[in-house]
Design a protein around this ligand. Structure first.
Ligand SMILES: [Zn+2]
Ligand SMILES: [Zn+2]
Length: 633
């Protein structure tokens, strides 16, 4: 028997009647055949948790669970009407019943009294989830993939637990910790960092380079000598942008079957982006890097964590995710490595300002020695203007274009800026600062907005509060119109009415934004507003740099588009921290780290930020190139 389980069982009284023990990742699950012990164990379990410092959950043995049909009736009877229960899903393998409700608070009851009653009467463990206010197909699909693979999931999670706990004793090898850049070193794109100790190999992010279509520089340098897929213990993902998440389904295609750790919204949006890339490739008659089955494998192997939930991921690494303020669910990765000997923070992409959607990145940690920070806007000249001014400029451009009877195209990344912008536009219209006009939200942006309403816990307090009230939910405003089909796109283009179109991709490299651009470009009445970073090599960047004659080749036919529309660049909406924020963030870090590694920025920006941080804080700083490794301990 695994040592940790032995230790736990020794602490429990005889009448606990533990019939089975399982791992769900690092969580330890005990099943009991004793009704009394399940319903009331005093603080026996709490005391054991305090002693072994692991998460332990007590569940009824499946033999105790009430028949599902009966239990469903009982749950419906016990749930108050105003809870708005929409779905009841049983997971008999784990003795868990998921109850989806419009008002989770009412479904839980005062001090959890309704949950307790459900437990008492049915001997199932109830878990309450919020019904999203905008229906999301991707969330439904992901839940059904997980549901259909319950059996596999249970075995997989148990295996993950064994890998963490089987070598529970301290390793006697000489201790060291090192990080290697496999991508994102002095560049924006293909972010990937390998973290190694004598016992563990963990990958932080694994993205593609959206600026380069195919070629050796499109993907992280997994052919580097340090990396071996078969030795990989875990992947941790900061957020759902393809420059961080885009290569992960390919690892599953290549046979990786280990865990992927991230927040639930990151899982959902990454899956959505991966499926979208398959769709885009299909339309362009190109072969995609991976297919639907590989995305399913990724979802099946994802272990979701909430912010500030501590979990072991290997025998000598403990992971905690913290808010990074960048997009929905985006996280900084904190790793307590080598049995606590080193504490490492990888910021991923971050924002250190409160936005309409999110709170600023966290700065307080239990311990901290090394920080790896992004530097998209890291150089001295990249000081961002105020958000208020950016909002005013946006309103001005819209008004000017409406006066000319033109249309406004805003290419977005789909996640993050898109929702921020929708909220800016909604509030400007609601407060009368902008004339009411239709805002066409293209398919995927809409889906991702739906995911926002499903995870209010990851939003800032103000937005969370308004989402809880149906009539105040800004995402449900009637100015927003969902556009899906080609026919609907045609109708918008053929109409004379002024409107705002919010569509992906953000750098015009593919997707609906490119289609709209081709049809709007040669009309000087129209406007296009860039609100996101335009990566080197993309069409967006070429236009931003002044190119005005664009040659397209569709199905072998070449066509030329002249860019006459009015181009506006408002980068101050960016989800990245500007120079001032980055400097302030490091200053505010608590505790103060000893070493800063700078990456995720063009070469000059990485070097500039590294040298400024060194001067300002007297800390050791370094901007590693790809394949450069740093020993942390
Ligand atoms: Zn990002
Ligand atoms: Zn990024």
């Amino acid at each position: 028997m695994v040592k940790i389980i032995e230790e736990i069982l020794n602490e429990l009284p005889k009448d606990a009647k533990i019939s089975n023990t399982y791992f769900e990742g690092a969580n330890i699950i005990l099943y009991t055949t004793s009704k009394d012990f399940f319903l009331d164990n005093g603080d026996v379990i709490r005391k054991v948790v305090g002693k072994v410092k692991k998460r332990i959950e007590l569940r009824p043995d499946p033999s105790l669970c009430m028949e599902m049909e009966k239990a469903e009736k009982e749950i419906k009877k016990l749930s108050p009407k105003d809870a708005g229960v929409t779905e009841i899903l049983f997971d008999p393998q784990r003795s868990i019943v998921v109850i989806e409700a419009e008002k989770p608070g009412s479904a839980i009851g005062k001090h959890g009294e309704i949950l307790r009653e459900i437990k008492n009467k049915t001997f199932w463990v109830p878990v309450i989830k919020r019904t999203p206010s905008i229906k999301s197909k991707i969330i439904e699909n992901i839940r059904s993939v997980l549901y259909q693979n319950n059996d596999y999931r249970k075995k997989f999670l148990n295996k993950v637990g064994h890998k963490i706990y089987d070598t529970y004793t301290k390793s006697k090898k000489e201790e060291w910790v090192r990080v290697t850049m496999l991508g994102g070193g002095r560049q924006v794109g293909r972010s990937s960092v390998l973290m190694q100790t004598p016992t563990s190999n963990v990958l932080l992010d694994c993205g593609i380079n959206p600026g380069i279509e195919t070629g050796p520089e499109s993907y992280p340098m997994l052919d580097g000598p340090e990396f071996k897929l078969s030795d990989l213990d875990a992947i941790v993902l900061t957020h759902a942008h393809t420059d961080h998440s885009g290569f992960i389904p390919f690892l599953y295609k290549m046979g990786y079957r280990g865990p992927l750790y991230c927040t639930a919204p990151t899982r959902d949006i990454s899956a959505l982006l991966a499926l979208d890339s398959i769709g885009v490739s299909f339309k362009q008659a190109k072969k995609n890097l991976f297919d639907i089955q590989d995305v399913k494998e990724m979802v099946k192997h994802t272990i979701t964590l909430n912010w500030e939930e501590v979990t072991d991921i290997t025998p000598d690494m403990r992971l905690t995710l913290y808010n990074s303020g960048h997009i929905l669910g985006s996280s900084m990765i904190h790793l307590n490595v080598g049995n606590g000997s080193h504490n490492f923070l990888y910021t991923g992409d971050m924002k250190y300002l409160k936005t309409r959607v999110l709170d600023p990145a966290a700065t307080k940690f239990p311990r901290l020695e090394t920080v790896m920070i992004e530097s998209t806007y890291g150089d001295k000249n990249a000081v961002l203007g105020s958000r208020k001014k950016a909002e005013e400029r946006l309103v001005e451009v819209v008004e000017e274009t409406v006066k000319k009877k033109g249309k406004i195209l805003i290419p977005v990344l789909g996640v993050g800026r898109a929702q921020e912008l929708l909220l800016v536009i909604e509030s400007a219209i609601r407060e009368g600062r902008m004339k009411k006009l239709p805002v066409y939200v293209q398919g995927m942006v809409w889906d991702i907005t739906g995911i926002h309403t499903a995870y209010p816990d990851f939003l800032n307090k103000d937005l969370r509060r308004s989402i809880f009230h149906k009539d105040q939910n800004p995402f449900l405003s009637d100015v927003f119109k969902k556009v899906g089909s080609r026919k609907e796109q045609d109708a918008i283009m053929e109409s004379n009415e002024s409107c705002i179109i919010v569509a992906t991709a953000g750098m015009l490299n593919a997707g609906a934004s490119l289609e709209y651009f081709k049809r709007m470009a040669d009309n000087a009445k129209n406007s296009m507003i860039f609100v996101t970073y335009q990566g080197a090599g993309t069409l967006g960047r070429r236009i931003q740099d002044g190119e005005r004659k664009i040659i397209f080749s569709d199905d072998g036919k070449a066509s030329e588009v002249e860019v006459k529309l009015n181009l506006e660049i408002i980068t101050d909406f960016t989800g990245h921290a500007g120079r001032t924020e980055l400097m302030q963030f490091v200053k505010d870090l608590n505790p103060r780290p000893r070493k800063i590694l700078v990456q995720h920025g063009e070469s000059s920006k990485c070097i500039d930020l590294a040298s400024s941080l060194h001067k300002a804080n007297r800390m050791e700083t370094f901007a590693p190139k790809n394949l450069e490794g740093v020993r942390l301990r």
